[in-house]
Design a protein around this ligand. Structure first.
Ligand code: ZN
Length: 272
């Protein structure tokens, strides 16, 4: 009888741990094409270096399937730009002229995910190439740093619709409490810029840069764009990311780096 009780206890505890395992961890990560463009003068991002040279940029969004639901990181150039034959010219010719070869909506549809399936989202920061489709997900909980949320926009406008559900962060946040999806506070590019650490079962750790860095040579040389909100904070944040990469043997995926994205699998393919 005692033996039978202990067997039942073992089975019960195994059952419980299986349930707990089923609710934790990241299962898949999709890299979505959220824009392509040409920067008129890349010295805008690397002061004094490569002046007058143009360079191709890309813009990524990342869809993550966590055991507890779908999570979207960054929303890219507005889908409406896909219908503009000449794309979205930049006001400053040195900046990026963006195109939208594929909509975010079409890529989600191809994967079989409805916008309403996405219960939580975060953006790295509030520049237009990252927040272009936030309101495609009007009920998704938005995780944003308080410093970014309260940063006055043009004409003192709020950066998000006040009615959009939001969780204001002041620092790092382990989103599901299992260490698999951790928002990293990485200010500098903007006051409340953030990056994302993703731990995938097969691929391992990946840090999604946001715009903590724009392309690899800037990362290698710790170069800070002249337009950043704080140079000192930008360098500090790059060092913070570097320490996490080393701690977790993680890769750095740089959002706007075309050469790197050309080597990545794009949706509907995915990383596990
Ligand atoms: Zn950007």
């Amino acid at each position: 009888m005692r033996r039978m009780i202990s067997v039942v206890a073992v089975l019960l505890s195994a059952g419980w741990s299986a349930v707990a395992a089923a609710q934790s961890g990241v299962e898949k990560l999709y890299v979505l094409n959220c824009g392509e463009g040409t920067a008129g003068d890349i010295s805008r991002w690397s002061p004094g270096v490569n002046e007058g040279q143009s360079m191709a940029f890309v813009d990524n969004c990342y869809l993550i399937k966590h055991a507890q639901g779908w999570f979207l990181w960054d929303t890219g150039i507005p889908d409406a730009v896909a219908a503009m034959p000449d794309g979205l010219p930049a006001a400053d010719p040195k900046a990026v002229h963006w195109y939208r070869p594929k909509t975010l909506a079409a890529q989600l549809d191809q994967i079989g995910v409805k916008p309403s399936d996405i219960k939580a989202m975060a953006v790295s920061h509030t520049h237009p190439d990252h927040i272009g489709n936030v309101e495609m997900f009007p009920t998704a909980m938005l995780y944003v740093q308080k410093a970014e949320y309260e940063w006055p926009g043009a004409n003192n406008q709020p950066r998000f619709k006040p009615e959009h559900p939001v969780t204001l962060l002041e620092g790092d946040r382990d989103l599901f409490g299992d260490g698999s999806l951790v928002i990293l506070s990485t200010p500098g590019h903007t006051p409340g810029h953030q990056s994302l650490l993703v731990k995938l079962p097969k691929t391992g750790g990946v840090v999604l840069s946001g715009d903590a860095v724009h392309f690899k040579s800037n990362w290698d040389n710790r170069r800070v764009p002249a337009l950043n909100f704080s140079k000192e904070a930008s360098v500090f944040s790059m060092e913070k990311i570097d320490a996490i990469l080393q701690r977790d043997h993680a890769q750095l995926w740089i959002n706007h780096d075309k050469a790197q994205r050309d080597g990545l699998k794009l949706a509907p393919e995915f990383y596990e």
